[in-house]
Design a protein around this ligand. Structure first.
Ligand code: IMP
Length: 202
């Protein structure tokens, strides 16, 4: 329990059950990921591709932790329904602005859960002929994985619980918390189960 992280966010305190990772712990890990990418891609100008919206906080910090020339682009997806989302059926609502043909692409994800969304998007990107395609995921829920996808760069393994903060939301809230937290059960209204809540929001 790291209640001190919450002191600057009193409006959120009643909803937060537990702080799992402090802002400092996340920052240290993001810096290490940035260093690893800078070393591995030295002289290559990689293109970081992020999926909106959850990744924007992580990607902004990761990008600044990378000390070599690199570019950024975004893709945005929506699921047709909660059920189709669970099967990994998503549609692109914003495509990349840049061509990735012949580029060294690093696909940046905030959190990998079942892996279905990531699998769909990686296949889509692979078909466009990048020189290389690797994944950098800050958070990983290995117990929920349905498809095995190699995560070349990984921040933290998490338990199978809905987490919020550092870009991750529950019903569009909590993205601005700089730490990663579990919510109080009372937040989950309308009979939604915690494990089914907060999957990719549109
Ligand atoms: P997957 O296709 O099951 O791997 O879904 C990954 C997406 O679900 C992430 O990019 C998030 O948008 C969302 N997601 C999964 N777990 C959580 C969570 O604990 N909090 C918030 N969003 C989550």
């Amino acid at each position: 329990m790291q209640r001190e992280s919450l002191e600057a966010y009193p409006a959120f305190a009643p909803a937060i059950r537990e702080v799992l990772l402090s802002a400092e712990e996340i920052e240290a890990r993001v810096q290490a990921l940035g260093q690893a990418i800078s070393q591995d891609y030295a002289g290559r100008n990689p293109l970081l591709v992020g999926v909106l919206r959850g990744v924007f906080v992580f990607l902004a910090d990761l990008y600044r932790a990378i000390t070599i020339p690199a570019e950024v682009d975004f893709i945005s997806v929506a699921s047709y329904s909660a059920e189709s989302r669970d099967r990994g059926v998503v549609r692109l609502i914003k495509d990349l602005d840049l061509s990735i043909m012949g580029r060294d692409v690093i696909f940046v994800e905030d959190i990998v859960d079942t892996g279905l969304t990531l699998n769909f998007l990686l296949r889509n990107l692979q078909a466009r002929g990048p020189a290389s395609l690797e994944v950098c995921a800050l958070f990983n829920k290995p117990k929920r994985r349905l498809i095995d996808i190699p995560l070349k760069y990984k921040g933290f393994d998490l338990p199978d619980r809905l987490v919020v903060g550092y870009g991750l939301d529950y019903r569009e809230r909590y993205r601005n918390l700089p730490f990663l937290a579990l919510l109080e059960p009372s937040v989950f209204l309308g009979g939604e189960k915690e494990n089914n809540a907060g999957r990719r929001t549109e």
